[in-house]
Every structure is written in C-alpha cells, then in structure tokens.
Design a protein around this ligand. Structure first.
Ligand code: SF4
Length: 354
C-alpha cells in the first residue's frame, strides 16, 4: 500500500490520542517509576522517559506515547519477516512505531528505531481500524515489525485482540529483549513470534547491541514452553558473530533447550548504519553455518537474503522432498496437506493454512 492510500484509510491525530497508561511498571517514592516491560528496568523521574524514548513518567504515572501511532506500514509477504512455517505464501499487514529498547550497530531501520516519536511522521491507526484495513487488503496476519514491537506493547496487545475478533492472526518480529511476565501474556495473545537472535555471545550483545544475551535465551525457552509458534533469525555479521564455535554452540543450545524442529534462519548481512565498514556476509559462511547446524541435528535450517538458494526451501525431515519451494519471497510450490508432507505424510511443525 502506498503512503497516500494508507493515509486515506487511517488518519492523523493529536498527541493525546496516542497516550495510554503503560502496563508493567512499579510506582516508587518521589513520583519515580520503574519500568518492568524489558530487562533494562529503567528507573525514571517525573517528566522523563525511559531508554526507548516512547514511554514517559507524568506525575508518577507511566504512559506509552505510541499507542496507534504508526510510523511505517507496508503489506509484505510473510516470507519477508522471515516466517517460513507460518501461513506461507500469504500477506501480512506490517507496521511499526518509533523507538527501540536496544541500539544495534547493524540496524536496518535506525531511522525509525533510534528516534523519538515526535521526530517522525506518524498516522493514527487504532486497533479495530488496523484489523479492518488488514482484512480489506487480504492480509491473513498483522505483523509487528521493523522497529522493536515490545516498546509498543500496549498497542500490539490491543491490536492482536482486535485482529482475533476479525479473524486475523498476529505475528511478532522481535529481538526478544523482554521481561518474562509481559512475554507470557504476549504469547497467549499472538500466533507467532520470530526472534532475532543477534549472536550467541554476551560480548556481541554488550558491544554491538547494547543489550544482554541471557534474557533473549530465556524468552525463547518461554515461547516454546507456552507453545506459541516460534522461528529464530540469526544475522551473520562478518568477523563479529560468524565463528564455527559460535554456530556449533548455538545449534547445541537450540537442540537441547528448544528442540530440533525450531526453524533457524541464517541471513546475509548488508553494510548498514554503524557497520558500513564490514562486507556483506560471504555465501560460504552462511553455508558453513547451515552445515554445522544440520550436522548437529537441527531439522529446519535456512539461508536468507540469498534469493533462489536451495536452502530457502522447506524439506521434509523424513523423505527429504521439498514441501515448500521458495524463490526469494515467492512461494512456488506448497506440497503440504493439513500440515503433513504430501509425499510421506510426516507432520511438519508450523501454522499452515492448507
Ligand atoms: S521498555 Fe523502555 S522504558 Fe521500559 S525498561 Fe525497556 S527501555 Fe526502559
């Protein structure tokens, strides 16, 4: 949908319409508050904002400033998220607000993620209207993406509820830097969560992300435990998170803690934002990462951002035939029947519309 069409279905609003009391915070003395939405747990004075820049303390009450405040919206193939085992070949109405709770040096969307809401143009799109727009545009899902949806948690939760009432699913595209209580509620409200696992080392999280690894691993375990559909994306950044030990450690951790059937996507890095000095990921590095994870027993390991590579397809782990054939974001063949391989009837984990 182009910008003009989008503005025609949505609307402009005053700041007050975007301001809703936040969930997950604790009131402290002297009108301070402690935010408990993400592991950063910002302690915030009256009239100040947290690290993410979109939540503000006003007289001891904490508010989100970005409810229904959409700064980016597009209709994307679900493969672009990427989610490969979730309604393949369908469209997702994809949106974001400004703000993020980390600062990745390789961020592709830093113009919206690293700014305050007042610094970008926004459109008012309340949850029921959002669900209706998604439906009118034949999207089977709403995707909360581009920036970090955890920081617009209240809007996402209300939209997921409105989506369900309208028969539209919800997919969250997140870095997984979220506290456990809000995550558990989120898992029950949405249908799929894709986690960008930025690396398998605390060093990378500290130096490149300004975050922490452990809460993200804990989030993955919780999502799996609660049964919400989950896929992992690992952007391979040359020299920073591309060692064989790291890939092997990741594969073993995933298998032991999440199971061998969690889809894992290794995607190609392109020089962006603060890491323009590095080259794109060599194809052989991505293939080596996949080979290591395959050898460790993971069943669905993909290579992304390399259109027409055979590792874009989903292969049945039993008969090894392609059950979903892809080329870039296009699905060319769906050899699934009620979630089973058409050739040998093995169940393929995922959320399938066929
Ligand atoms: S959500 Fe924002 S305000 Fe809350 S702890 Fe995280 S960074 Fe701080």
């Amino acid at each position: 949908m182009n910008r003009r069409a989008f503005l025609a279905v949505a609307g402009l609003a005053s700041d007050a319409q975007y301001t809703v009391e936040a969930k997950f915070y604790e009131k402290l003395a002297h009108k301070k508050i402690k935010c408990k939405l993400c592991p950063r747990e910002c302690v915030i004075d009256d009239r100040e904002r947290g690290y993410c820049g979109v939540r503000e303390n006003r007289g001891g009450t904490y508010y989100t400033l970005v409810h229904s405040r959409v700064s980016s919206a597009h209709i994307d193939p679900i493969e672009k998220k990427p989610l490969f085992h979730f309604q393949p070949g369908t469209l997702a109405f994809s949106l974001a607000t400004a703000g993020c709770n980390v600062n990745c040096k390789m961020c592709q969307n830093w113009e919206i993620s690293q700014v305050r809401p007042e610094q970008v143009r926004a459109t008012y799109l309340p949850p029921r209207r959002l669900a209706a727009v998604a439906k009118e545009n034949r999207c089977l899902a709403i995707a909360y993406t581009y920036s970090e949806p955890i920081i617009f948690y209240e809007y996402m939760m209300d939209s997921a509820e409105a989506g369900r009432a309208a028969g539209i699913k919800s997919a969250v595209i997140s870095g997984g830097y979220v506290s456990q209580d809000p995550l558990k509620q989120l898992c029950r409200a949405v249908d799929a969560i894709k986690i960008d696992l930025k690396a398998f080392s605390q060093k990378f999280y500290k130096e490149v992300v300004n975050g922490e690894l452990k809460p993200v691993l804990d989030a993955l375990v919780t999502i799996r435990k609660l049964g919400t559909w989950c896929e992992i994306v690992y952007l391979v950044v040359p020299t920073l998170n591309d060692s064989e030990e790291e890939f092997r450690g990741l594969a073993r951790w995933v298998k032991a803690n999440l199971g061998a059937d969690v889809p894992l996507h290794f995607t190609r890095f392109h020089p962006e934002y603060l890491l323009k000095n590095l080259p794109p990921t060599p194809l052989k590095t991505l293939e080596r990462a996949k080979a290591i994870c395959d050898a460790e027993g993971l069943q669905f390991v993909y290579i992304g951002n390399v259109p027409t590579h055979p590792a874009e397809n989903t292969y049945c782990p039993k008969c090894k035939k392609a059950v979903v054939e892809r080329a870039g974001f296009t699905v060319n063949a769906l050899n699934l029947r009620k979630g089973k391989c058409k050739f040998c009837q093995t169940s393929i984990p995922g959320v399938w519309q066929l």
